[in-house]
Design a protein around this ligand. Sequence first.
Ligand SMILES: C[S@@+](CC[C@H](N)C(=O)[O-])C[C@H]1O[C@@H](n2cnc3c(N)ncnc32)[C@H](O)[C@@H]1O
Length: 281
Amino acid sequence: MLSYRHIYHAGNFADVFKHVVLLQILRALLRKETAFFVLDTHAGIGRYELAQAEAQKNREFDTGVMRVLDCADPPAAVADYIAQIRALNPVGHELTTYPGSPYLIRALLRSQDRLVLSELHPADVIELKRVFAGDKLVAVHQQDAYQGLKAYLPPAERRGLVLIDPPYERKDEYERVADSLATAYQRWPTGTYVIWYPILSRSLVMRFHHAIVGTGIRKILCAELCIDADTDRTAFVGSGLLVINPPWQLKEELSTQLPWLWRCLAQSGQGRQTVEWLVPE
Ligand SMILES: C[S@@+](CC[C@H](N)C(=O)[O-])C[C@H]1O[C@@H](n2cnc3c(N)ncnc32)[C@H](O)[C@@H]1O
């Protein structure tokens, strides 16, 4: 059932986009001294060794993070992302390790903040527990993401972020995301939620957006980055992020960063980038 392994895709163009946005939201949370909480519902293994056979199979990082490291004049948010990647790798050496979302989040936590990770894959959760063994700020659970959304919300901290990053292996994953989001939001309407989705065909994306709009939730920003032209065949041309309750000015900031990311990542000149309100305030 759980055949998806993120190591095959670590550091690809979709990871770059997701992680650049994730870092900015965390930076916004860090502006206040008061503690915040992060729930990463589909955590993966935390960080990825790019020399491993699985990562080497398609070397997806070559057209993702490696391109970003090579492109000139990155905007400040991308420079911040690059600094996080560099910090994890020996100075002056080729990139060997790519941080997953848990590692990127953990790197920014202060002693008052807290991270909860859920991951269902039995092998991946063992690795995730190993990476964060003994870390008092991080709790790792072998748990279904959608149960976790009920179990951990609302958090005592009352401020923070939920990252929902499923593999969309199951046909009903889009509906599960929309339904669980509606329940989670009822429990915690002031949290920031980031939902990643693949752009496989425009009609699938429109159905997903329709389901999200149907939850009645407001203040949903939608950013998309495609490195190939939209199609109605099922082909992975790009990815999207929905951000509920985004930090102030995220839309304006992404409007200046996404054209740079698109130029850097879509070297064929195909595809597009957009940032707009799916549902305004
Ligand atoms: C796209 S990967 C996550 C990548 C990670 N968020 C990152 O950015 O580094 C999706 C992960 O979700 C896990 N997964 C799939 N279904 C799940 C579920 N129902 N609950 C929790 N984890 C699940 C998979 O095993 C996989 O490791």
